[in-house]
Design a protein around this ligand. Structure first.
Ligand SMILES: [Zn+2]
Length: 138
């Protein structure tokens, strides 16, 4: 029976329709940390007053549990990360070259896309997070 089980968020990226949340241990641990920070940021978004142009304080979504870097983005900027479950906003000097590529960079943050196995697990866990929180994929 088709259509059984969890729905996959439509992103236009074919890899997200057949990903698993398993991955190898290293990729999975890194993705779990990144998605933990994503959850925190989603909650910051939910608590914001949605004033256009207002700078909000977000946390860096890199894969280091020790990272305590805060980033300043508008809600609109953070919402742009919803275009792809592989995207993360991170501090400019926290990019890991072998597991992510830079999509956009500003003087306040860098938007990256996780690639390969790390990207697959990140996409899967992020889609789960968005389903759980009811995050709109726009
Ligand atoms: Zn970081």
């Amino acid at each position: 029976m088709s259509g059984q089980g969890l729905m996959v968020v439509e992103t236009g990226s074919p890899a997200t329709t057949q990903t698993s949340c398993v991955g190898d241990d290293r990729a999975r641990t890194a993705a779990q940390i990144a998605v933990l920070f994503k959850e925190l940021n989603e909650r910051i978004m939910a608590l914001s007053f949605n004033v256009p142009g207002e700078m909000l304080g977000f946390v860096c979504e890199c894969t280091s549990l020790e990272c305590r870097v805060h980033l300043r983005l508008t809600a609109e900027e953070y919402r742009s990360t919803h275009a792809n479950p592989r995207y993360s906003v991170i501090s400019c000097d926290h990019v890991i070259q072998d597991s992510e590529v830079v999509v956009a960079t500003t003087d306040r943050y860098t938007l990256t896309e996780r690639i390969g196995g790390a990207g697959d697990v990140t996409a899967c866990l992020t889609a789960d997070l968005w389903r759980r929180l009811g995050t709109r994929n726009d």
